[in-house]
Write a protein that binds this ligand. Structure first.
Ligand code: P6P
Length: 345
């Protein structure tokens, strides 16, 4: 029986009253993301049927091979956000520089900036694994009526007014927050409507799943290695289960719903880890915290980190609060031991 719960459109209107900036603009912004997500979802779902998988022979600013769907998704979100005339700037994983949008009559009247990864996990496209779009929304800090500035894009995550992801999985879901909790909406592709399927998502305080690319184990810091060994030891409620999709949206969606910890540590190969602060870690951190979870770089709250540049990478530990705190304790302990050894030498 088709669920006839509240639609995303009804939910946005009903809840815009709760939003201190409720002047309809954020609602229109969220609606533009909702539309772009439908278009991208349609293309992702037929990727295997038409020659839209594979690569365009180009690489993006991350030096990663660009997939045709990456390019399509990036253009789709940029065009949709631009046409709605609400956004004055966009940072995208696929673009080295921010996109400046002067708006109607080039008067720079638009108030929001969006940081996004238009198709995260795209390396999984050709093997039919869940990929996703991740977005964070901020109010500009530069004066309305002037061109958007780099400072508008370098705000800490605690300034986000909304954030979320679209998961293109067995079904297409939008999961987002405006600071009033986290809600998930599932798309009914037959009628193109999203329905509230996961109201008020709460991350379990404690989970039994740890999620990390264990192929990097030899390069991880000692504290992270010690925590992974802790997860694997047969004592108390352990060993935990290991799950790693290699697509952040998939791993985070599971963590939000079932609990657990998702980690992308720094390593001897990647001094700052791999995940980008602006358009992967901050939006996900906002969601996790709004759902009662925790997100840090092992030491600092992700959303308190002041970005230095728009493609900055940070180590990431996020999920069930008790698990993230446990991982942090192992990391701190190893750092303290290393410091003591240095002093003794
Ligand atoms: P690795 C995808 O490129 C991504 O940014 C995340 O979606 C994913 O969690 C991670 O990288 C996977 O990286 O090094 O484990 O393949």
């Amino acid at each position: 029986m088709h669920k006839t719960t509240q639609t995303l459109g009804e939910f946005i209107i009903e809840n815009q009253r709760d939003f201190e900036f409720a002047n309809g603009e954020l609602s229109r912004l969220l609606n533009s993301i909702r539309l772009a997500a439908k278009v991208v979802s349609y293309e992702v779902r037929r990727a295997g049927l038409v020659d839209i998988t594979g690569t365009v022979g180009a690489t993006n600013v991350q030096g990663e091979e660009q997939k045709k769907l990456d390019v399509f998704a990036n253009e789709c979100f940029i065009n949709t956000l631009t046409n709605r005339d609400i956004v004055c700037g966009i940072v995208s994983e696929e673009n080295e520089e921010p996109i400046h949008i002067t708006g109607a009559n080039n008067r720079n009247q638009n108030k929001y900036v969006v940081l996004m990864d238009p198709l995260d996990g795209s390396s999984n496209i050709d093997v039919n694994i869940t990929v996703g779009t991740i977005f964070g929304i901020y109010q500009r800090v530069s004066p309305v009526g002037t061109p958007v500035t780099m400072e508008d894009f370098l705000q800490p995550g605690n300034m986000q007014v909304a954030a979320g992801y679209i998961a293109y999985g067995t079904s297409t879901m939008i999961v987002y927050t405006t600071g009033q909790g986290v809600n998930g909406f599932t798309l009914n592709p037959a009628i193109g409507t999203y329905y509230l399927s996961h109201p008020n998502i709460q991350v379990p305080e404690m989970g039994r799943i740890y999620s990390v690319n264990e192929g990097g184990y030899v390069h991880f810091p000692k504290g992270v290695k010690n925590y992974i060994k802790y997860c694997q030891r047969e004592e108390e409620d352990r060993p935990y289960t290991s799950r790693y999709v290699g697509s952040m949206v998939a791993d985070i969606h599971r963590t939000l719903l079932q609990g657990g910890i998702y980690m992308y540590p720094k390593s001897s190969e990647r001094e700052a880890g791999k995940l980008r602060l602006g358009y992967e870690c901050n939006p996900v951190a906002f969601l996790l915290e709004q759902a009662g979870g925790r997100a840090t770089d092992g030491f600092r709250r992700i959303m308190d980190i002041k970005p230095e540049h728009i493609h900055q990478r940070v180590p990431f530990f996020g999920g069930s609060t008790q698990m993230v705190e446990k991982a942090e304790s192992f990391i701190r302990e190893a750092e303290d031991d290393a410091r003591k050894t240095e002093i003794e030498v």
